[in-house]
Design a protein around this ligand. Structure first.
Ligand SMILES: Cc1cc2nc3c(=O)[nH]c(=O)nc-3n(C[C@H](O)[C@H](O)[C@H](O)COP(=O)(O)OP(=O)(O)OC[C@H]3O[C@@H](n4cnc5c(N)ncnc54)[C@H](O)[C@@H]3O)c2cc1C
Length: 340
């Protein structure tokens, strides 16, 4: 129930206005968001690189409603690429297609992404072009995003790929489709609230499909990314690769900034490629709400860390921790009961 509420809140502009204006919000987001400026995100990327982790930078934002906003997001993606090249980072970028106008005008979006890919090509070092990942959004955009990748491939770009979500019924065919194309795929479980007509609702089924699709990608895909914090999925990937003689260098694990840093470090120590998804910018609201919906127990962490800085902490802190604990416990219970 709490997960559904958080998913609903992620789409509510009223809740967004209230929560983003609260003076405590910045503290709340800092666990999952690397900063509001590109310079801050590049600093974080540099630190992660020093620890042996590569990065995908994500300038936060979702569906836009004007051409000016598309131009601004396209410009920001190019500035990110330039920052990566200037600091010689081991990093690429992740982009939301609707932020680049997919819902507004598909041709405009295609042209914008092509301009970004052109710049990513030119800025690439001796090891190749900078890679650009198109994140996958809600099911309304899946077909359009895959077609976008296919059209970009027809135009000759090879430094672009997308994401597939194991909760969608259609994904096995999409894995085959993108394996045949040769583009890189990031596999995730899926972060949006989807109806049962298009998506599995049961966590066990989503996990089963994740393993099946991960194996298809490891076997026949091009440098796939296994993006999860789920130890069982990570272990299944490791086992499958080992048993089938698939080299560690031919795929990567990906995790979100601020989530399971212990796994990130451990996998790297074991010699796997690990990439951290690093979001930055001021439009953090829907992103943060999806992270809370994935793990409502995070509410407890947030409530306690927020109140630790509040001027009213002496009286409010125990109360907030109590409320957070209850919210977290309800969240964890409803999360387990309702599946993912
Ligand atoms: C690099 C990356 C890129 C992504 N890109 C997309 C995308 O383009 N489109 C899309 O729909 N989704 C995307 N996602 C989100 C994804 O779909 C899942 O919602 C998210 O990864 C949680 O699922 P999980 O595989 O970690 O497993 P779950 O079964 O949700 O969680 C397994 C375990 O991971 C830990 N965990 C999971 N989430 C959190 C969290 N938020 N905070 C703390 N601990 C947590 C918990 O310990 C939990 O027990 C991305 C995820 C990653 C890692």
């Amino acid at each position: 129930m709490l997960r559904q509420t958080l998913h609903r809140l992620s789409e509510s502009s009223t809740a967004e206005r209230v929560i983003t204006r609260a003076p405590i919000s910045r503290h709340m987001v800092s666990r999952f968001v690397a900063g509001s400026t590109l310079a801050e995100a590049l600093d974080v990327a540099e630190a992660l690189n020093s620890a042996g982790l590569s990065v995908s930078l994500d300038y936060l934002g979702e569906a836009v409603s004007s051409r000016e906003e598309v131009a601004q997001a396209t410009g920001m993606a190019i500035t990110c690429l330039e920052g990566i090249a200037e600091r010689e980072l081991s990093a690429n970028v992740s982009l939301k297609p609707t932020q680049l106008g997919l819902a507004l005008d598909e041709e405009l979006c295609l042209q914008g992404v092509a301009a970004i890919l052109e710049r990513a090509r030119a800025l690439g070092d001796g090891e190749g072009e900078i890679f650009v990942r198109l994140d996958m959004e809600s099911s309304d955009y899946v077909e359009r995003t895959i077609v976008l990748v296919e059209r970009l491939w027809e135009m000759g770009y090879r430094n672009v790929g997308t994401v597939l979500q194991s909760y969608l019924h259609r994904t096995p065919e999409d894995v085959e489709r993108l394996n045949a194309l040769g583009s890189r795929v990031r596999l995730v479980k899926g972060a949006y609230k989807e109806p049962e007509q298009v998506a599995y609702q049961d966590k066990a089924k989503v996990d089963e499909m994740f393993i099946r699709e991960m194996e298809m990608l490891l076997r026949d895909g091009t440098y796939p990314a296994i993006a999860t914090h789920d130890e069982a999925m990570i272990d299944a990937g490791r086992r499958y690769a080992f048993e089938h003689g698939i080299d560690k260098s031919s795929f990567e694990y990906q995790m979100l900034y601020g989530v399971r840093r212990d796994f990130q470090a451990r996998l790297r120590e074991e010699g796997y490629n690990v990439r951290v998804y690093v979001p930055f910018g001021d439009s953090w609201y829907p992103y943060l709400m999806r992270r809370l919906a994935e793990r409502p127990a995070n509410l407890m962490f947030m409530a306690s860390s927020v109140m630790a800085e509040s001027p009213l902490r002496k009286i409010a802190s125990p109360l907030a921790i109590g409320v957070g604990a209850v919210a977290g416990a309800i969240g964890a219970l409803s999360w387990r009961r309702n599946g993912r």
